[in-house]
Design a protein around this ligand. Sequence first.
Ligand code: NAD
Ligand code: UDP
Ligand code: UDP
Length: 392
Amino acid sequence: RLSEKFVYEQRSVNSGGKIPLGLRRKGLRIVVTGGAGFVGSHLVDRLMERGDSVIVVDNFFTGRKENVMHHFGNPRFEMIRHDVVEPLLLEVDQIYHLACPASPVHYKFNPTNVVGTLNMLGLAKRVGARFLLTSTSEVYGDPLQHPQVETYWGNVNPIGVRSCYDEGKRTAETLAMDYHRGAGVEVRIARIFNTYGPRMCIDDGRVVSNFVAQALRKEPLTVYGDGKQTRSFQYVSDLVEGLMRLMEGEHVGPFNLGNPGEFTMLELAQWVPYYVEKIDLTDILIVVWTTMWYVVAITNSIDKYQVWHHLVGKPKVRFDPTALVVQETIDPNAKIEFRANTEDDPHKRKPDITKAKEQLGWEPKVALRKGLPLMVTDFRQRIFGDHKEGSS
Ligand code: NAD
Ligand code: UDP
Ligand code: UDP
């Protein structure tokens, strides 16, 4: 095994006893289970970029080869089609364990959390690898405490339709802590809150992917229940940064990794289609507006400057079209279709991220208004090919 200690020592020798920060822990052999999925593939990109050797283990239940195929041919990249419910023998330094159907539509049919996690912990124990579990905010169930702090034990129905997921992840956390305490496995536990971004499964039933796809297809947006339930949405790059900091750090966790910005599903449904409809035009307008502002401001005469200032005002947000759109958010004409809510749906959810801020030096940077456009671009390409909406 290319141990962590060995890597540190090598770096140390190569750099005259000092380990340059940028080089720390580069070149490890890392397994990412579920690495062909949404979060996993973004994590793989970052690890490859850092210079690690990455083995993706995935059974493609919800993941896609397309998410990682840009690494095919790179000698540091390997891919194994494998179900983590079956044992797996590998020699590695770190295991990011993400494999698990993560949307309500899928996890009801595939309760693999427990056995898969046990196997990957067994692997970590055998080779002495560090093991990171991607747990979930679902461990808090329908929380009676708000926002949720890591010390809260949750309010979970053990026999409901969601139980294979939330109780499965709770058991996975228990297993991880047992392997940590009992077998000395170095574990890290992340409790991930709702995450969105490019490469999300288009039709897996999660709310952001549903709304974006529905808005692009000009279908009514399906709001479950009264839409007053809340969620907090985190952009995927923030999550990946948090996962890597957690893996590299000295703290076991659990850590909440999420964006504390909280929305009702109704607010989200009213905002998403508005954005999708308007962004292209607004983009153009704001660029013209700000360019004219600067041209007038720079090219002189106070008179012209003041006339322009009087007429249109100073741009509130410069070169940031998405932020401007958000200032006008709600679209009262959005077509919304109410549907019956799913059983045991949590009423509210918002992470308290004090612990991650203090111990990992991490906090999310990408607001919904910034992240959503990136996701819309990706979904538009995947739904309509190269054509823009309406042109196909
Ligand atoms: P995803 O469905 O896109 O990715 C999961 C990946 O695991 C897929 O590639 C799938 O094919 C693979 N997989 C599923 N079962 C497997 C099995 N038995 N063996 C091997 N591979 C298997 O979901 P995601 O959103 O990328 O989620 C990744 C992890 O993060 C999951 O563990 C999930 O529980 C956790 N998480 C995600 C969110 C979120 O909002 N995305 C929130 C909380 C927790
Ligand atoms: N396991 C695995 N790969 C390994 C080592 C173990 O998949 O490299 C699996 C093993 O098959 C078992 C699980 O991990 O089902 C737990 O292993 P552990 O050694 O902790 O338990 P034991 O096999 O002693 O019950
Ligand atoms: N939801 C919705 N419309 C949809 C899909 C989901 O209103 O088309 C609601 C769902 O009932 C839940 C919230 O959005 O209250 C978040 O659902 P998601 O499945 O994305 O995540 P999770 O329930 O795991 O937080």
